[in-house]
Design a binder for this molecule. Sequence first.
Ligand code: IPE
Ligand code: IPE
Ligand code: MG
Length: 271
Amino acid sequence: MDSSSSEMEHGNLPQPISGLDHRLHVAIIMDGNGRWAKKRGLPRIAGHRAGAHAVRRVTDAARELGIGTLTVFAFSSDNWQRPVTEVSALMRLFHRYLRWEMGRCLKDGVRLSVIGRRDRLPQWLVKEIEHSEEVTRHEKRLHLRVALDYSSRDSIVAAARQAQHMKDEGFDIDRDSFQSLLSALNRDQVKDVDLLIRTSGELRLSDFMLWECAYAELYFTSVLWPDFKKEHLSEALDEYSRRDRRYGAVKETALAAAAETQAETAEVLGD
Ligand code: IPE
Ligand code: IPE
Ligand code: MG
């Protein structure tokens, strides 16, 4: 999140979010590549390579299942702490993935974009990212967003800094305007996450889309990312369809029940 990026020039107030794709936004924390490789006696990078194949498979599945936006966590800002050999192999893998996938994306109507910081990525990777985004920018069937060098807390801090600068120019900070700023820093305006999936059995968010997941349904599975297939995504969507999203409100049926119990409540509270 380079705060000097063109979208965020001073005076260039973010536009209100309009014309959003209202189909489902699914986000995935693709975890377990290392354990997948270890189980097979392979180096960790073999797990990452298998993980890249899983991204391709799951992108196809998401498109077939009618998902509008798929955001996948590929490299967190905290992942720089990993051994330099693993990090550099990952960077080469991302580059190769973008090269391979561009043709397929175009054929399948997939718009590809990358969120996260770019100033610490190698230049040859940034070039490939910009090229993939440019070439696929008009595709509408599925929006695939890959989070690279991404930290949700860093994004929020960057947006807050920006808001502070823009206050003098009449920028009024509220939920919507702040959200627009945050999205603009990620060069995108997309709806909040509806369903967040994490593979490999870990039950945490690891600094992924904390704001955007405020009301996301969470789905955890012990399947390791390289083993994740269409059937697993379908299972997660089935589970999602059984969830009751209330956003803090009360459903109509619940309202009726509440009316019936008003008398009981008064009694309990001693009114
Ligand atoms: C996720 O798999 C991919 C990245 C974080 C780059 P891991 O590499 O975290 O796999 P585990 O958690 O060690 O199994
Ligand atoms: C989160 O996984 C980041 C990605 C999947 C890219 P990690 O493996 O880095 O997360 P922790 O360290 O287990 O929380
Ligand atoms: Mg992990």
